[in-house]
Design a protein around this ligand. Structure first.
Ligand code: FES
Length: 171
C-alpha cells in the first residue's frame, strides 16, 4: 500500500513528470564513457612504453678498441673492450675481444674471436704465425684464410674504421 506522501516523492510539484531515472543513467553512461576514453588515452602510451624495449632490436654501435699506433705491424693482437648491452629492460656490461691485424699500409683487419667452425675461441700462435683453434684443430693464416681443419670458411671479419687514430669496431 502506498501512502499519499510516498507517491509525492516521485513527482515534483508543478505537475510535470521528469524522467529522473533516465537522466541519471544518461549521466552515468557519459561519465563512464569519458572515464574509458581517459583510461585508454593513458593506458595505450603506458603499455607502449613498457612493451617497446622488449620489442626493439638490439642496436649495434661503433666501439673504440684502442689506438692503431699501439698495434704491432703484421702481427695479430687481441684487443679487449667493455661493451654495454641493452636487452629490453636489462642493461649489462660484457667484456668482448677482437683480433686486430695492422697491415703495412696502416689499414687494420679485425676478426671476430669466434671460430667459424663451431664457435670456440682461437688463439694466435706467434711461432707458427697462425691462428689455431684448440677445439677441432682449425688453422688460419694472418689474413684469416683456412689452412687446415674442419672450418667451413675463413675467419669472420668485423666492420671497422679508424677515426683520429682510434680503431673502432662494430660488434
Ligand atoms: S670450433 Fe674451432 S675448429 Fe671446431
Amino acid at each position: 500500500m502506498e501512502t499519499p506522501n510516498q507517491s509525492d516523492q516521485h513527482e515534483p510539484s508543478g505537475g510535470f513528470s521528469t524522467p529522473v531515472g533516465s537522466r541519471r543513467s544518461f549521466f552515468q553512461w557519459v561519465t563512464g564513457g569519458v572515464a574509458c576514453i581517459i583510461g585508454l588515452g593513458l593506458a595505450v602510451p603506458l603499455a607502449a612504453y613498457f612493451i617497446s624495449p622488449a620489442l626493439t632490436r638490439r642496436k649495434k654501435s661503433w666501439v673504440s678498441v684502442g689506438k692503431v699506433k699501439d698495434l704491432p705491424m703484421g702481427t695479430p693482437k687481441s684487443l679487449d673492450y667493455t661493451m654495454r648491452i641493452k636487452d629490453g629492460w636489462m642493461e649489462t656490461k660484457a667484456i668482448k675481444a677482437v683480433w686486430a691485424v695492422r697491415q703495412p699500409d696502416n689499414q687494420v683487419t679485425v676478426f671476430s674471436p669466434i671460430c667459424p667452425h663451431l664457435g670456440c675461441s682461437f688463439r694466435w700462435n706467434q711461432q707458427d704465425r697462425q691462428f689455431q683453434c684448440p677445439c677441432h684443430g682449425s688453422v688460419y693464416d694472418p689474413k684469416g684464410n683456412v689452412l687446415d681443419g674442419p672450418a667451413p670458411r675463413p675467419l669472420d671479419q668485423l666492420p671497422s674504421k679508424i677515426e683520429d687514430g682510434e680503431l673502432k669496431v662494430m660488434y
